[in-house]
Structures are given as C-alpha cells and as structure tokens.
Design a protein around this ligand. Structure first.
Ligand SMILES: NC(=O)c1ccc[n+]([C@@H]2O[C@H](COP(=O)([O-])OP(=O)(O)OC[C@H]3O[C@@H](n4cnc5c(N)ncnc54)[C@H](O)[C@@H]3O)[C@@H](O)[C@H]2O)c1
Ligand SMILES: N[C@@H](CCO)C(=O)O
Ligand code: NA
Length: 815
C-alpha cells in the first residue's frame, strides 16, 4: 500500500484535481492507496490573512469570498448538477463555522495560537471533503477522513509535537476498519488530548503522509507536487537544472535544508526511520519518473547531487583575544542562540580560534546581536571581544552529495568556478559529514554563482558564453552571420553555446533577457532599441551578472576603451578587434593586462594585428616558451599591401584605394591606413607584447604620402588629393618597375626600436611575393635564427577579421 500526498498546487484547480483522480484510477483497485491532501493553493495564506485582519478589527469578507469561490468553482466544474447540492451545503457549513471563529477574533481583537490553528484547519478540511466527493463519481466508496482525530499531539499550537505511539495505534485501528475504502485524509492538522485542533507546522501535509506511511508500513510515500522531483538547482535560477532520479535521505535533507522547497526535511523522519522510500512526482507531468529518496543508493555519475541556496542571509562575526583557548565559548554562544530560538544556518571558526562567523536569517540578526551584547557584556567591556557586527545582503550557496567524500578536487572545482566569475566568497563551511560545502557570498552574485557552479559540476564540458557586442558595422555584422551558421555545430560537437545578450552601435542598443536570435538580430534590435548609451550598456551588462560573460568591441572608436578597465574588473572577459585601446599610452595597455590577470578573465585581441592570422598568439607562445625575439619584420597593412599588389598598368592610385575600401580592407576612415597610423598601432602592440614598453612617439614612421594628402580634412578631400597627386604615385610605380622591384611598406622591430618605411624590394627579398591583402610577418629569434618563422596570408577583410574575433570569443575560459 502506498501513501499519496497531493500538495496545494496539485489540488489548486479543477484540472489538477481531475489529474489526481486519473492518477488514482491508474492504480491497482484492490490495493487502495491512502490519499493525503493539502489545502487548495493560496487558501492557507488567505486564512492567515483573514485571521490577522480580524485580530485588528479589519474587514476580511473579500478573502472569505475568494476562498468560497475557489471551492465552489471546482464543485461546479467537476460534479454534475445533481451531485452538487450536498457538497455546497456542507462547504457552506464549514465557511459559516469559519466566519463564526473569525467574528469572535474580530470582537475580542485577540488571536491565540490555538484559534489560529483552528482557522487554518479549514483549508484542509474543505479540500479533503470536496475532493473525496468529486472522487465518489469514480470511487463510490471514497471517504473523507478528518486526520486531526487520528494524529495526537501536545498543545504546542502552530508546531505541535506528535505522540507517535498513540497516533500509530489510532491510525492502524482506523485503517483496519476501513481498508476497503479509498481514504482521503486531511494533511497538516492534528489534535491535542482534549480534542482541540493543532497543526504540524511547516511542511505539515508531508509530515501527515510520513506519519501514516510509518504507521501502516507503506511500500512507498509519493509526494505529488508541481515540479519534476528534486532538481540539481533552483530552476528559477538555473535554466539547465534537471531532475535527480535518486537521492539518499541524507542528501535530500541537505538539499532541502537550503532552498529546494520540494519537501521539508523534518517531515521525512518517520519514513526515514522505517526505511520507507519517498518518491517526488509531478502532478502536471504525471508520467515522469520523478525523484526516489531512499536508503543506500549511489548510482549517480556526478560527483555532487545538487546545489542549494538561500537568497537572503545575514552574518555575524564575533572575534577577540578573549576567545582564544577558551573552552565552552562557542558552547555558550550557540546555546544562547538556541535558547532564544534563533536558528543558526551555518558556522565557521578560524583556526586561530580568534573569530567565529555564523549566519542567521535576516529577521533574526538584530535580536542575535542584542542577546550576544547582553550575554557577553563583561567581555565586551574588557575589550576581550570586539563588538559583533551584522552584515546583510548575503546569500548561501551549498553543493551537496555523498560522493563528494570520496572525490578529491570538489572544493577546488567549486572555488575555481566562483573565482573565475569574480564571485567573492565571504565565508566557507564544510559539514564534517563532507556531504555539503557551503559558501557565503553577496546576494547580488548568487544567480551568477549558482549558474557557474552548476555548469562546472553538471554540464560536464558544456559551456555557455554570454556575449555583449559593440559595433554592427562590417565586422560586427559578419561576426553575427558566422555565429549563426556555426552555432549548431558548436553545440553539437563542442558543447558550447554562444549567446548574444546585448548589442549596441552608435545609434541604438538592446540588452536581451534571454538571448538574441541571430537570424533576425537587426529587427530585434530596432524593435526593442533604446538610444545608445555606452555607460548604461555597461551598467546593464554588469547588473545582469551572468557567468562566462564576454564583452566584444567591434568598433573603431576610443569611447568603449574608457570602459575596458571597469569591465575587466567586473570579471568580464574582453575581446577586441579595435586597436585603439592597446596602442594608446603604454600604461593603459599594461593596466588592461594586469586587470585581466588580477580578475582571472581573458583579454583577447588577436585581430589587432594581421586580422585573423595567428600573430599575437604565436608571439605569446614564443615568449612563454622562453624564446628570445631578435627582430620582427612585417607588412601589416592589408590595405597598403592590396594597393601595391594591384597598383599596376593603367589603374590610378586613388582608384585602387577606393577598391580596398569597398572590399572592406580599410579602416572605417581609409586615411588611418594610408597615413601609416594603423600600421604604427600594430607595430606598437607587437613591440609591447614582445616586452618593450614603447610609446607612439618612439615609432619612426616614414609616410608614403605627399604632405597635401596627409593634410586632407575629410575622406572626400583625401580622395581628391590622392587624385591630384597621381603623378607622385605614378612616379613611384615606374621607378620600382624600372628596377624590377616592387613597393613594400615594411615595419621592423629590432633592439627595441620600431621603424616603418616604404621600400623597393627585388625578388630575393622574402616579402617580394605577396598578393591580395596579404600580411606577412617574420620572427627572427634564438630558435628561429637562420630561417625565421614566417606567417603569411590575408590580413584584412571582414570574413577573416570576424573569424579571428569569433576564435577569440570561443577561446574565452580555455586554459
Ligand atoms: N576591416 C578589417 O579588415 C579589420 C581587421 C582587423 C581589425 N579591424 C577593426 O575592426 C573594427 C571595426 O571595423 P568595421 O570595418 O567593422 O567598422 P564599421 O565602421 O563598419 O563599424 C563600426 C561599428 O561600431 C559602432 N560604434 C562606433 N562607436 C561606437 C560606440 N561608442 N558605441 C557603440 N558602437 C559604436 C558603429 O555604429 C558601427 O556599427 C575597427 O576597430 C577596425 O580597426 C578591422
Ligand atoms: N585596415 C586594416 C585592417 C586590418 O587591421 C588593414 O588594412 O590592415
Ligand atoms: Na591576428
């Protein structure tokens, strides 16, 4: 025989009750279960609200009407007209009784715990009566049982203690006499020896189910609720939380201690003692297996079972020399708190014994402070103790699981996930059982922390990157297209999901709560856009506090650079193809690198030099592996490379420049390429990465343009000046051709000095053979001395650049 308990949401509507009946119909009809029922969802709260209003002589008829209507609606929906009347009549009798009680509270302005229990009991009485009558349609022998008469307690109203042996006898006798019937029992309520109604406290209906299960040696106790069993984490916080097939009692206790409100641990004790399995099932997904809680199971492949959390906690810290080596000090402290009924959620003590930190519910913090100040008055006055302080706005996250005990590295994994996401841990406690490691952190970090920890333990190699992108121009657009095409493969082959959570250009911006649909991002952006505001974009991104966050700068503007430091310091990784940040003052470049290191995030800028070509990465690997860079020689302007590779025959110089711009090789302003500035930036970044703290002024840049072109005030003027100076460029071209040479704009880093100049090279020079927008770079090092290490290929263009940004994004978090 099984006990089935249906919670408030399960019996909260006609459709839920219909499902309940269908669940019963699927059972063996010769072995009826005992059905324990909660009040309809919301009813207990309404009853409580009415009681409190009556106590201060306030009107409560609206609530009463609402409760009546909730029940009547079910009767009208689920019973044929002919069968409704007797049920209405009996329900009305209940509501009249309830109103009588409320009236006396109203007149006396007094609400004793005893009266409160009586008022609350109407929730279960009404629902059990009503549902048993609905069930009679299919089970003529259905019977409503007033559980209050069978569960005997002391007179501690509100949280009565059960007289187990008497109760078990009463239940056994009653069941023996009625086992042929389908019993519907009121949960939560009981009575004292004088027959007055008491209640069993929080989770009371589960407790009723466990008491009946224990008394009748049930095969299983099924707790029917509105979720798929116990989950790995709170599904409101973690989208990917999933249901746990099995748990041990201890694990279930630990998991529900914080958070998981599916069951309330103390209620399980009677079942635990008799080793009766508990199954958590979902009324609204009734065929789902749910979670089994029983003795001695350990079939999970995961090292932990779940993550639980409390989103609001306060801590108190007690410290001082007076505590060192004093036995009984913590005993005194905690028995004091327990005497005052202050529940201590978590305790840690430093090994120096110099301080004790403990966590309590915020509502208890001030009273804890007051009683401690009183109890330890002498020590405080003698300055043997510091005045304790309350710290609010904190939360607890705990990982739970029996396997943890045998698996090294669990706490390492936990703290790595937290640290990488910039979550500051305020205090730590590990239960000596090793079933639980708890950390205290800031409330604002909780969601991010739970998600990061969930990913670390349950999503194996699965990773979600939350990306915020600036710039929807050439590169930005191309990146979105590449991401869209590649996402299914990334998910399938690499367990990687890249979610674009926000986009901004100079005009508008949008931060999405879920993730943007990259097939339609332009529409989504324009439909939801607010005016662009970089500071607000960054602020909102930070406030979302998502794990594995990446900020991507695909602009050519100096403004975003002003936020880099703040972004990195918020533990958000940064990917940029914008060279302005790394090529401004050396001090700033160094500060970005330092911030990324300090806050444990990535700062990737591969596309700053040679677009998608692996130049930055290669230089870094050479340096890390202890090679010595003697010199770097390079052509790093894709635009200028393209120009000289195509400046042949009759075509004019300015026409080629225009073609380079149309092909997406140039900077948004092509003057930045032609005047050598873009090249200078790249050389500067390379030199810095090679270990030289150079500034822009240290670069010897020889211009390849006549002065009039350099002075052009606008892009249009610039093109005009190029055209006006056609003869100058023709002359260059012809001179080179006459000597069988080609024009090359070459940068060099040697002995800490950077030069960039225009050269004519013949076919013996390694840079002679280039085509398209090719870049080429040669590293002469200790190890690559006689024959340098050369990287060559297209070094400009939207596809190759966006691909480089893409690679930088998915490399975030990789060690
Ligand atoms: N084209 C290439 O081959 C190549 C190669 C490597 C690096 N890059 C770099 O890529 C970057 C982007 O180039 P592009 O061709 O896509 O430029 P673009 O002009 O086409 O696009 C720039 C985008 O940035 C946006 N933007 C500018 N300032 C902004 C701000 N303050 N806030 C929000 N958005 C802002 C603009 O609205 C626009 O959407 C540049 O830094 C460039 O140096 C380009
Ligand atoms: N405008 C740049 C793009 C690559 O950074 C170039 O021509 O090289
Ligand atoms: Na590169």
């Amino acid at each position: 025989m099984n006990i089935l308990k249906f919670g408030g949401t399960s019996v909260g509507s006609a459709s839920g009750i219909r499902t309940l009946i269908s669940i019963l119909k699927e059972r063996e009809q010769d072995d009826y279960p005992v059905v324990v029922l909660s009040a309809m969802s919301g009813v207990t709260n309404l009853l409580l609200a009415m009681a409190e209003k009556a106590q201060v002589a306030e009107e409560y008829t609206a609530e009463l009407k609402e409760i009546e209507e909730k029940h009547f609606e079910v009767v009208r929906t689920l019973l044929p007209a002919a069968a409704q009347n007797p049920v209405f009549t009996k329900l009305k009798i209940y509501f009249n009784e309830l109103e009588d009680v409320l009236q006396s509270v109203y007149h006396l302005k007094e609400l004793s715990p005893q009266t409160k229990d009586l008022i609350l009991s109407f929730g279960e009485r009404c629902s059990a009566f009503m549902i048993s009558h609905v069930a009679k349609q299919d089970f003529p022998d259905a019977q409503c049982v007033d559980g209050a008469e069978l569960i005997k307690t002391d007179s501690n109203f509100g949280q009565a203690k059960v007289d187990t042996s008497l109760t078990e006898l009463l239940i056994q006798d009653f069941y023996e006499a009625n086992r042929a019937k389908l019993l519907f029992v009121t949960g939560f309520i009981a009575s004292n020896t004088e027959g007055r109604t008491t209640t069993l406290g929080r989770g009371g209906s589960d407790f009723t189910a466990a008491i009946w299960g224990s008394a009748l040696h049930a095969k299983e106790i099924e707790i029917w609720t509105d979720v798929d069993g116990m989950l790995t984490a709170d599904p409101r916080i973690v989208e990917k939380a999933f249901s746990l097939p099995e748990l041990s009692y201890t694990e279930a206790m630990e998991l529900s201690y914080f958070g998981a409100k599916v069951i309330y641990p103390p209620t399980m004790t009677p079942a635990f003692l008799k080793k009766i399995p508990i199954v958590i099932k979902n009324t609204f997904n009734k065929d789902f297996k749910g979670t089994y809680i029983r003795h001695g199971v350990n079939t999970s492949t995961f090292p932990i079972k779940g993550i639980s959390s409390i989103d609001e906690i306060s801590i108190l810290n007690l410290s001082g020399s007076g505590m060192v080596g004093k036995t009984g000090f913590s005993g005194r402290l905690f028995s004091l708190l327990s005497r005052e009924q202050i529940n201590v959620v978590l305790i840690t003590q430093s090994s120096s014994e110099h301080s004790i930190t403990f966590a309590v519910k915020p509502a208890d913090a001030l009273s804890a402070l007051a009683i401690i100040s009183k109890e330890f008055e002498l020590e405080l006055q003698a300055k043997k103790l510091e005045y304790p302080e309350v710290e609010n706005g904190l939360a607890v996250l705990a990982i739970v699981g029996e396997n943890m005990k045998h698996t090294p590295g669990m706490s390492g994994k936990l703290f790595h996930a937290l640290g990488r996401n910039g979550v500051n841990v305020r205090a730590i406690a590990q239960g000596s059982s090793e079933y639980n490691i708890s950390v205290i952190l800031s409330k604002t970090d909780l969601s991010k922390a739970v998600n990061a920890v969930h990913e670390a333990f349950f999503e194996n190699l699965k990773k979600t990157l939350h990306v915020f992108c600036l710039g929807t121009g050439n590169i930005g657009k191309t990146l979105f297209r590449q991401l869209l095409v590649q996402s299914p493969l990334l998910a399938q082959n690499n367990d990687l999901e890249v979610k674009v959570m926000g986009v901004s250009n100079t005009r508008e911006m949008y931060l999405s709560k879920t993730a943007m649909n990259l097939a339609d991002w332009e529409n989504e952006l324009s439909k939801n856009a607010e005016p662009a505001d970089l500071a607000s974009f960054v602020k909102q991104m930070k406030a979302m506090n998502l794990p594995n966050c990446v900020f991507v700068d695909n602009t050519a503007s100096g403004n975003p650079v002003n936020f880099y430091q703040e972004i990195l310091e918020s533990s958000i990784s940064l990917v940029t193809c914008n060279k302005i940040g790394n090529s401004a003052e050396y001090e700033q470049y160094a500060a970005f690198k330092n911030a990324a290191r300090t806050y444990g995030v990535d700062f990737h800028y591969e596309t700053n030099v040679g677009a998608g070509l692996p130049i930055i990465r290669t230089l870094k690997d050479l340096m890390l592996s202890g090679d010595n860079i003697f010199s770097i020689e390079a052509i790093l302007s894709g635009t200028i490379s393209f120009i000289f590779n195509n400046f042949k025959n009759d075509v004019l110089f300015h026409e080629i420049v225009k073609e380079a711009q149309d092909k997406g090789y140039t900077e948004p302003d092509p003057r930045d390429d032609l005047n050598g500035k873009d090249f200078m930036r790249k050389m500067l970044i390379l030199a810095r990465d090679a270990g030289y703290p150079l500034e822009e002024a240290d670069v010897q840049l020889e211009s390849m343009l006549p002065p009039a072109c350099l002075a052009a005030a606008s892009v249009a003027d610039f093109y005009q000046e190029l055209e006006n100076n056609a003869a100058y460029f023709e002359d260059l071209k012809n001179k080179a051709a006459a000597e069988n040479k080609v024009l090359r704009y070459i940068g060099k880093l040697e002995e800490g000095k950077v030069t960039i100049n225009l050269q004519m090279v013949d076919d013996t020079h390694p840079f002679y053979m280039l085509s398209g927008s090719d870049n080429i770079i040669s590293f002469t090092t200790d190890r690559y001395k006689d024959r340098p290490l050369v990287i060559k290929g297209p070094g400009a263009g939207a596809e190759v650049t966006a691909a480089g940004v893409f690679a930088d994004i998915i490399n975030v978090g990789k060690k």
